[in-house]
Design a protein around this ligand. Sequence first.
Ligand code: GLN
Length: 315
Amino acid sequence: MRELTNEYLEEAIEDSKPFASDGNVNMSLPTFDETMKDMLGVSIITPEKECYSAGDHKQYIPMQSTSKIIGLMLALQDFGKDRVFQAVGMEPMGDFFNSISSLEYHDTSKPFNPMINAGAIAVSALIKGQSPENRFKRYMDFLKDITDNDDLQISEEVYEAEKANGARNRALAYFMQSTGTLVTDVEEALDLYFRMNSVMMCCDDFARVGLFLARGGRSPREDEPLIPPHHLRTVKAIMMTSGMYNSSGHYAVEAGFPMKSGVSGSIIGAIPGRMGIGVIGPAIDKKGNSTAGGALVKKLSLDLGLNMFGVDRIG
Ligand code: GLN
C-alpha cells in the first residue's frame, strides 16, 4: 500500500498520462482543443480537510455530466426517493449516455437511470423553485455550500454552446413529454440541465463534492448535514452502477468505489468515510470517460486500497 502524499500523486499522474493518447478531446466544448489532450490533474481531500493534489489540478473545466449527481441530490431532497424514481429508473444501461432508442424499447414511462442524459433531464424537471432562475440559484447555492467555494460560476460560452448543440437532448426531452414522463415545461427543464452542465470547476471543487458524499452530506462550512445520509446512499449506489455510463461495470470491478464522469474529462469519486477525489483529464473515450483519468482512478484504488469490495495489496 502506498502513502497518500503530493509526491505519490505526481508519480501516479506521470504513470497515467500516456493513456490520454487512447482518447480525444471533446471539441464541441468552447475553449477545448488539442493542446488539452495531455492535461491530467487530481485532488484528494480527506475528512480531516487535508488536501493533496498534483498535475493540472488548478485547471477549470465545465462540470458536464458530473452535474447529474448534484441535480439528483436536490431532487431527492425536494421530492423524496419514491417520487424521483417514479420519473426515472435505477437500473444500469448498456447503451451510450444519450441513447434515443433505449427510451422507447425498454420502458416508455421512464429512462433507465438518472446518470444518462434523459434521466438527468427528467430529474432537473423535479428541482423546486418559483422560476427557472430560482431553480438554478438553488443549484448554485447548494454547490457553493458543498464545495465551500462562493466563486463558482457558469461559463456563458459553454451554456450558449450547450443550447446551440442541444438538438439530441431536446429530442430526448420531447420524447419524454410525449410519453407523459416529463409533465413540466420541457424547455425550462432543458434550460436548467444546460446551465447545470456549464458550471466551471477545478479538481479541488470536484474532490469536495466527492468528500461531501463520503462524509454523510455534512456542509464543510457549518459541519451540519445538508441532506439526509439515506439520500446520499442512494446517489452513491447509482454512481456505482451507472456513474461511468456503459463502462460502470468495468470501473466497479477495477476501482470499486462510486464515481461520476463528464465528457469534459471530469471525474468525481467518493470513498465513504475516507476521501473525496476530483480528477480532470480532457481526453475521453467513445463512451465519454476520461482515458487518463480512468487509468488514474484505477491506480489510486490499487495503490491506496480504495476498493470497497476488499483490497488485495496489504501492508
Ligand atoms: N453536455 C453533454 C450532453 O448533454 C453532457 C453529457 C456528458 O457529460 N456525458 O450531452
